[in-house]
Design a protein around this ligand. Structure first.
Ligand SMILES: *Cc1c(COP(=O)(O)O)cnc(C)c1O
Length: 401
């Protein structure tokens, strides 16, 4: 019989009662080091006092009023995001990454239609991408596994190999509106785009009058060591989505755009009942207080480099299990050998008290809260080392000798 809670996830048999910073405790009092951060989402850690106090205070005043009225918390959050993001002139708020991407693609299509080119509605996407689970976003994602059984895909998404500039150029037609890409493919295997490739995409968009649409749902809000991952390439998109870390665990999505892209989304063209409500935006402002505080992103960069070096050492110590380290900032992946699976590695890490997240291409993803210390990174490395020993083929027998 189907359980009351729809069984559409593969859940580990763990439930947490309490968290603090990078740590979680289950009902039996077992402590776990959380280097998954609820899939790169609890950006400033569990139970951050400033976020908790802000949410409690706002919940006690007013949570929701709808977009029939002004929302001062949203006006403030939008102004701060625009101020911190050179290309962005304006922000639309929603409740998730998929919704932030939907708004992004709708803005792109509206832009070309309003400029007399309704035939330009197609978006070039990349193999291995992940853009969310709505009907349009599984089409943008393009992964056959996610499309299976859901009828015809939404029209207007073309897929080319990640990093292949010739394929991008060949895919451009008179109907192309935009190129949409994650600076680091998260779900797809923690695969960073070459910085040169990102710069070439910007150039090809300018050459053909296309919009560059970045999905920074996972890479943004400081995860890369800069506020936005595209800053490492020295480029600016025309429109960009953010979610996951932006609410620190409270559901919030955002679509940041240039004026020329957003100006055609007039009243009645797009919207959301919850989107950008007082509670969500209070949470967003509290997260931003922490992430934009002087020195915070510099510390993320330092601890990320420390973790990167440690993971390189880890890979060198476990050549039968780990074949490489990839990613950027605090979004890192251990590429595993064919001898082991990432779900096996994830289970071994849990057995050692460490939470991680599996990603595509047999990668074990490490995406801790941005507030971790170097000591916590070292502790995670120690636990990962023991987890890799657990799954090393033949290691148990060798140890027993
Ligand atoms: C998680 C993710 C999404 C989808 O976000 P939801 O909040 O689950 O809708 C979209 N794009 C990227 C890059 C993501 O990592």
């Amino acid at each position: 019989m189907i359980p009351p809670l729809m069984p559409n996830y593969n859940r580990a048999d763990l439930a947490f009662e309490r968290g603090e910073g990078a740590w979680l405790w289950d009902a039996q009092g077992r402590r776990f080091l959380d280097f998954g951060a609820g899939i790169a989402t609890t950006s400033i850690g569990h139970a951050h006092p400033h976020l908790v106090a802000t949410i409690a205070e706002q919940a006690g005043r007013v949570m929701h009023t709808s977009n029939l009225y002004r929302v001062p918390q949203a006006e403030r959050l939008a102004a701060r995001l625009v101020e911190a993001t050179p290309f962005a002139d304006t922000v639309y708020f929603s409740n998730s990454g998929a919704e932030a991407n939907e708004a992004m693609v709708k803005a792109v299509r509206k832009y070309h239609a309003a400029n007399g080119h309704p035939e330009r509605y197609r978006t070039i996407c990349f193999e291995g991408a992940f853009h969310g689970r709505t009907l349009a976003m599984i089409s943008a994602t393009g992964n056959a596994k996610y499309l299976e059984g859901f009828g015809p895909p939404v029209e207007g998404f073309d897929h080319v190999p990640f990093g292949n500039m010739n394929a991008v150029r060949q895919a451009i037609t008179k109907e192309t509106a935009a190129i949409m890409i994650e600076p680091v493919q998260g779900e797809g295997g923690v695969r960073p785009a070459d910085l040169r490739f990102l710069r070439e995409l910007r150039a090809v968009c300018d050459e053909f009058g296309l919009l560059l649409a970045l999905d920074e749902v996972q890479t943004g809000m400081g995860r890369s060591g800069k506020l936005w991952a595209h800053e490492w390439a020295g480029i600016e998109p025309d429109v960009m989505s953010s979610a996951k870390g932006i609410g620190g665990g409270f559901p919030l999505g955002a679509t940041l755009a240039r004026e020329k892209v957003a100006e055609h989304l007039k009243p009645g063209t797009h919207g959301s009942t919850y989107g950008g409500n007082p509670l969500a935006c209070a949470a967003g402002n509290a997260v931003l207080d922490v992430i934009l505080a002087p020195g915070f992103l510099g510390q993320v960069d330092r601890v990320a480099r420390h973790l990167w070096r440690g993971m390189q050492d880890l890979a060198a110590r476990h050549p039968a299990v780990v074949t490489g380290v990839q990613g950027a900032g605090l979004l890192l992946g251990l590429k595993l050998s064919d001898a082991v699976s990432n779900t096996e590695a994830q289970g071994a890490a849990v057995a050692e008290g460490l939470l991680t997240v599996a990603a595509g291409m047999n990668v074990l993803r490490v995406a801790p809260p941005l507030i971790i210390t170097e000591a916590e990174a070292d502790e995670a490395l120690r636990l990962l080392d023991r987890a890799m020993l657990r799954i090393t083929p033949g290691a148990a027998k060798a140890a027993a000798k």
